[in-house]
Design a protein around this ligand. Structure first.
Ligand code: CP3
Length: 347
């Protein structure tokens, strides 16, 4: 473990369900296109190149923290970074997302998933973390994509709504699917997250953004074992583990069971109903509909207060959106939202 300067504890306390002076708040995709300073810094550079420039990546992660009183920062990287780092030909196409010219289709493709060697393959990520730990006075969240969500991009070759090819492979070629989950877990996600923890991140979020596309049985049989292996494998790291997905209303209990301290919830389930499913012995993160940010402030305020009312001051709530900040969101709404959450929950 790297020793770091003291950071504001509120977010970490809430993740452990300990008493807090106010509900902590941060936003998924808080670094990104809705901020003019981000658009200026990024210019025409693609996201993957930006993540390979530690000074620039650290600056982007710091931008929202300078503007708003958020209680955590998130590493500026992308779920495809470790996959690209082991040589898979993935690009991130602007306004679209991860794209592969040669998507994964057969057993032979699995050879492309060689083990990640963090110090050689992602020195820039480790350097970005080092810079951030020297600058931040709030905790730094590291992250990775979960095997299912990573596999969905590798197999589809581009963002997909229904993940047909991914689910078809799971059913038609169960052995190939299993081998792919093993390789993503052992060669990519675990070494990537372990390296982030060793570099000093204070918490980890596992993004299984598209897991909600699965029925509960398929999630249980073909996905949960690998997410569990990752979360249980990181248990000894001693940092809070957050497990997030969208459309996961029916999967929340299993996502908790996978070994998460905190389960991230989208806006499709009310926070109180979601917490029942997760169990009150775990934390919850969420869950304002990001699109509310496109309405007038009164809508943001009303809907945020509903989220807080449903959290009912139970220990273990981390306020967040149900998914990432939309590029069209006015930064002023987010700044006011942070202050609203802090003021209304001050103990
Ligand atoms: O503050 C932060 O959260 C920034 C760090 C971050 C990025 N990607 C940078 C990024 C994080 C946490 C991610 C995770 C990520 N990437 C996920 C999981 C979170 C989620 O949204 O569910 C997923 C599914 C991806 C894959 C990906 N990368 C997509 C779907 C896109 C969107 C493409 C687009 O242009 O809208 C990206 C690109 C990306 N990654 C951007 C950022 C800031 C936007 C690209 C830009 O700057 O133009």
């Amino acid at each position: 473990m790297v020793t770091t300067t003291r950071v504001r504890e509120r977010f970490l306390l809430a993740c452990r369900r300990e008493p807090v002076d106010a509900t902590p708040v941060w936003f998924m995709r808080q670094a990104g296109r809705y901020l003019p300073e981000y658009r200026k810094l990024r210019g025409d550079t693609d996201v993957l190149s930006l993540t390979r420039d530690p000074e620039a990546a650290a600056e982007v992660a710091l931008q929202p923290v300078r503007r708003m009183d958020v209680d955590a920062a998130i590493l500026f990287s992308d779920i495809m970074v470790p996959v690209a780092a082991i040589g898979v030909d993935v690009r991130i196409v602007a306004n679209q997302g991860p794209t592969l010219d040669r998507p994964f289709r057969t057993d032979a493709d699995l050879e492309r998933l060689r083990p990640l060697e963090p110090s050689e393959d992602i020195p820039y990520t480790l350097e970005t973390i080092k810079i951030l730990l020297g600058e931040l006075d709030v905790p730094l969240i590291g992250f990775a994509g979960a095997p299912f969500t990573l596999a969905s991009y590798l197999i589809e070759g581009r963002p997909s709504r229904d993940h047909l090819r991914t689910k078809a492979l799971m059913h038609r070629e169960p052995e190939t699917w299993r081998a792919m989950m093993v390789a993503l877990t052992e060669h990519v996600v675990l070494p990537y997250l372990r390296a982030q923890v060793n570099a000093g991140v204070h918490a980890i979020q596992l993004f299984d953004s598209w897991a909600g596309t699965l029925d509960p049985d398929d999630y249980h049989d073909h996905v949960l074992p690998w997410s569990r292996r990752i979360l249980e494998g990181l248990r000894d790291a001693g940092v809070p583990l957050i497990h997030f997905g969208t459309g996961t209303g029916e999967l929340l209990g299993m996502m908790r069971e996978a070994g998460a301290d905190v389960v991230g919830v989208d806006w499709r389930t009310t926070l109180d109903a979601a917490w029942e499913r997760i169990g009150h012995d775990a934390g919850i993160q969420g869950n304002l509909d990001p699109v509310a940010l496109l309405g007038p402030w009164e809508v943001v305020e009303r809907k945020a207060l509903l989220v807080l009312a449903r959290a009912a001051r139970r220990p273990g709530h981390v306020f967040n959106l149900g998914h990432g900040v939309p590029p069209e969101a006015p930064p002023e709404h987010l700044q006011r939202l942070v202050d609203l959450v802090h003021q209304r929950t001050a103990r």
